[in-house]
Every structure is written in structure tokens, then in C-alpha cells.
Design a protein around this ligand. Structure first.
Ligand code: GAP
Length: 461
């Protein structure tokens, strides 16, 4: 049973057990940046591997790219980010802090049980009026004295050039998607892909968020896993529905319970979009967006055609039809998914001896370590290290000989290691080991030579 009222326990566990640390911590930190530690990087890499497997490896018609973070600035003109990638910001006149107007309203509504309001669809003027009429307070100082709402562009800019007076402004990409669109022709030509086909990418994105927060939920630097599926216009609805199902399947495959997931249609569609929805997850702070699925029509490729002057027309080899393909986008924040997975896995269990154990019930394929090797006593460490070396060839394994065996089991439970292999005196005498299951805490005695087979059959379930 999950026992999380907020994110405090997750943040502490992540810091103490090496999942995630505050960025630049020894310098007092750098607001809303986070560093993945030895356990966290394994978890995150396993999630990325699982995504790639489903969206590239096991998809017949999908291809990966790894595009540059820095792109020609015209890309952002074409995508619309230069003109309108902004959030409605307002400043508190009293304490000078900056806030997102829509977030203030959403928080206020949540507290007052107002559920049916379409904040996405409100204009700046409507939001301002609502804030003033309801005397919504600044979360920092408690006053309601805000400046008018202005649009704030979220792109981080930097400069390129070797001399001070010859510098061009360039942007850190705010989404990975454009790397997929600008490579549409390259991928199609080099792979001889036929529409419908997809392009996938995992990579960093950067946004100068006005109100980042909730640990790794909303940060200024994060990783996205994005997939564009190019199809004929008349097939758009079919593939939009397929990708909704696929996104759901992926979320549950990494361990998220269906009870904590729901679809939410967008209240307001962009002018080019034919359909858009999110999958939301029930985080400790409430239902929030986990990923988005959009039917973006032919808008992105048409805009790049217009701005780059390169034809994006696809020639159907069977019908000889020429058209700009439509796009179904599926986009998920990897770090946000890591947070959901951490919250879902967290559990505190009362044991028979009255103690409580914290255990992370990760799905085995995404667990940071698959197996821990633990000698019952220090004088068994030579044999234990031999077993550990052997297991390292096939599994991400860890070794621990410090402290009582009970304490060591607790440590492995806290980082979600599915199996602990204990080396005892029977290992020397009879060639057997005991294997403890993280979730049931039951132990099996098996022959040393059978460990790999035992683990393979359970880890790939
Ligand atoms: N290409 C479409 C796109 O970028 P988005 O809804 O802005 O759409 C997609 O972002 C996903 O990226 C979100 O559903 C979320 O999981 C993640 N994401 C967006 N902004 C984020 C942030 N500041 N920090 C962490 N994750 C973020």
C-alpha cells in the first residue's frame, strides 16, 4: 500500500540511497536542477531502454535519431516557438516573485473543489479577472497584488560566434520533436521508409519554466522521449487512437497501475491540431500530465517546407499520389515518468517482528540492480565475490558484506533489487545458495549453477 501524502519521502529516499541529488549541491545547489546518482541512472536508463524497445525495436516501421540540441534558429521560427512558446506570467508587487497565472488558478480551484473549469482555454484578461475577483493569493507572501499578465517565452537563448560583435542568438531546444521533423527527408530517403512510418528520439530539452518544482516533475532541463508517426491524412484518427493505446500500454508496462492513470482530452486545441489528449498520473500532489498524444495534421512538415524551401512531399510508390504526410505525436518526459515510477513503487510494510520496511516494488526489467550478492559472514566473501563476478557478466549486480544480513536485505529493498543471493556455509559444502525474493521475502535454495537460469526466467516475466 502506498503511503505518500507528498513527495518528501521520495526526495529523501532518492538523496540517501543515490537515486537523485540536488544539482551542484556542494555550491548550495542550482534551483531546480537534479543529478542522477548511481542507482537513479540505472533506473532511468532502464526506462529509456524499455521505451526504445517498444517504440523502435519492436515497431516494424520506426527509426531512431539523435539530433543536435542546438539547431538553426529558423527551425524555431517554423515551429512557432519563437513567436508563441510562452506561459502567462505575473509578478507579485509585494514580494517580487514570479508566477504562472494558470497554475495559481489551478491550485486555487483544486483547494476549493472546482473541477470543471477549462483554465487552458482562458484568455489573459479572463485569468486576471478571476484572480482578482477571487482574491487568489501569492503563494510566497499571501498578498493578492499582481502585475498584469504577460506572455513569457520559455526558450533559453545563448550566443554563437567567436567575437563579441559577431554573435548570433541560438536556442537550447525546448523539445526534441523538431529534430525528428527536420530529419524527415533524411530518414525517409536513407531507410527507404514508406508512409506510414515513425521517427523516435530520446534527448535533453530545456525550458525556462516560470514555476518549476515538485522535485523532477517540472524542471528547466529534462529528457523527453518523443515519437512522430507520419501517415496519410485519412488514417490520422486511426493512428491517433492506436498511439493512445500504445502510450497506455507503455505506462503500465513500466509498473504504473491503471488505477493511477487516466486520459484527459485537451480543453483547447491548437489551430492546426485535429485531436490532443494527455495521459495523467495520480502523483501525491494530484492528477497531473504524464505524456501527450496529438494529431498535428500536416502542420509541422508544411511549416518546415515553407521556411526551409525544401519540398516535404511524399510520393506514394503505389498510387503515385503526392502529399505532405500528417503526424501523430507521442511525447513523454523521461524524468516525469521516473517520478511516477518512484511514487508507484514506494511502499512501507509492517513486518511480523513489528519493524517497518521501505520497499521499492519496481518492475524487474527497470529495477536498477537485478541481483545483490551477500555473504552471510565475512569469511565467506571469497566465494561470494566469485559468484558476484560471474553474475556481473549477465546482470547489473551489486555486492554487500557490511552489517547484519537483515540490514543488508533492507538496503536492497529500499533500492528495489528484486533478488538477493546469499552465500552461506552450505554454499561451500553443498554448492547451494539461497535466493530471496524482494516482494514476497520468500527464499529458495538452489544450486550455484542454476542461478543464471533462475534469474533469467524471473526477470524477463
Ligand atoms: N513535442 C511536444 C511537447 O514537447 P509538451 O506537452 O510540452 O509537448 C511533452 O511536453 C512532455 O514532456 C510532457 O508531457 C512532460 O512529460 C514533459 N515535460 C514538459 N515540460 C517539462 C518540464 N519542464 N520538466 C519535466 N518534464 C517536462
Amino acid at each position: 500500500m502506498k503511503k505518500l501524502e507528498n513527495l518528501d519521502k521520495i526526495v529523501n529516499l532518492c538523496k540517501n540511497r543515490g537515486f537523485i541529488f540536488q544539482g551542484s549541491e556542494i555550491y548550495g545547489g542550482m534551483g531546480n536542477t537534479w543529478d542522477y546518482g548511481p542507482i537513479g541512472v540505472e533506473l532511468k536508463n532502464n526506462i529509456k531502454k524499455a521505451w526504445w524497445k517498444m517504440f523502435v525495436q519492436q515497431a516494424d516501421n520506426s527509426y531512431g535519431v539523435d539530433a543536435a540540441i542546438l539547431m538553426n534558429s529558423r527551425v524555431w521560427d517554423a515551429s512557432g516557438h519563437t513567436a508563441s512558446f510562452s506561459d502567462p506570467k505575473m509578478d507579485c508587487r509585494n514580494c517580487k516573485t514570479r508566477h504562472r497565472a494558470d497554475n495559481l488558478i489551478e491550485e486555487y480551484n483544486k483547494k476549493h473543489g472546482i473541477e470543471d473549469m477549462k483554465v487552458d482555454a482562458m484568455s489573459k484578461e479572463e485569468m486576471y479577472k478571476y484572480i482578482v475577483e477571487n482574491q487568489i493569493k501569492c503563494p510566497n507572501c499571501g498578498k493578492c497584488d499582481f502585475t498584469e499578465i504577460k506572455n513569457f517565452n520559455l526558450m533559453f537563448s545563448t550566443k554563437r560566434g567567436v567575437t563579441e560583435d559577431n554573435q548570433d542568438i541560438i536556442y537550447l531546444r525546448p523539445e526534441t520533436a523538431q529534430g525528428e521533423f527536420v530529419n524527415f527527408l533524411n530518414v525517409q530517403r536513407s531507410t527507404r521508409a514508406k508512409v506510414p512510418f515513425g521517427i523516435a528520439q530520446i534527448g535533453k530539452a530545456f525550458r525556462n519554466e516560470i514555476t518549476p518544482g515538485n522535485f523532477i516533475f517540472r524542471t528547466i532541463e529534462f529528457e523527453q522521449m518523443e515519437h512522430q508517426f507520419f501517415c496519410k491524412e485519412e488514417d490520422g484518427e486511426k493512428y491517433y487512437n492506436e498511439y493512445k493505446q500504445k502510450a497506455w500500454e507503455f505506462a503500465t508496462s513500466v509498473g504504473l497501475s491503471a488505477e493511477h492513470l487516466r486520459f484527459k482530452d485537451h480543453d483547447k486545441l491548437a489551430h492546426y491540431a485535429k485531436a490532443a489528449c494527455d495521459i495523467q498520473y495520480l502523483f501525491p500532489m494530484g492528477w497531473n500530465e504524464l505524456n501527450g498524444i496529438h494529431n498535428r495534421s500536416d502542420w509541422d512538415l508544411s511549416r518546415h517546407q515553407e521556411f526551409s524551401g525544401k519540398s516535404m512531399l511524399y510520393l506514394d510508390p503505389i498510387t503515385n499520389e503526392k502529399y505532405v504526410p500528417n503526424d501523430i505525436e507521442y511525447s513523454i518526459g523521461c524524468d516525469r515518468l521516473v517520478l511516477a515510477v518512484l511514487c508507484e513503487a514506494y511502499d512501507e510494510e509492517e513486518l511480523e517482528d513489528g519493524e517497518t520496511r521501505v520497499v521499492m516494488h519496481f518492475a524487474p526489467h527497470i529495477a536498477p540492480y537485478k541481483v545483490a550478492v551477500l555473504p552471510l559472514q565475512k569469511n565467506l566473501s571469497e566465494k561470494a565475490k566469485e559468484v558476484y563476478k560471474r553474475l556481473q557478466a549477465n546482470f547489473m549486480a551489486t555486492y554487500d558484506e557490511a552489517g547484519s544480513i537483515g540490514k543488508r536485505y533492507r538496503r536492497e529493498d529500499e533500492i528495489g533489487t528484486p533478488y538477493c543471493v546469499t552465500i552461506d556455509f552450505d554454499t561451500l559444502e553443498k554448492g547451494t545458495v539461497t535466493v530471496r525474493d524482494r516482494d514476497t521475502m520468500k527464499q529458495d535454495t538452489i544450486k550455484i549453477d542454476e542461478i543464471e537460469q533462475y534469474l533469467f526466467s524471473r526477470l524477463t516475466k
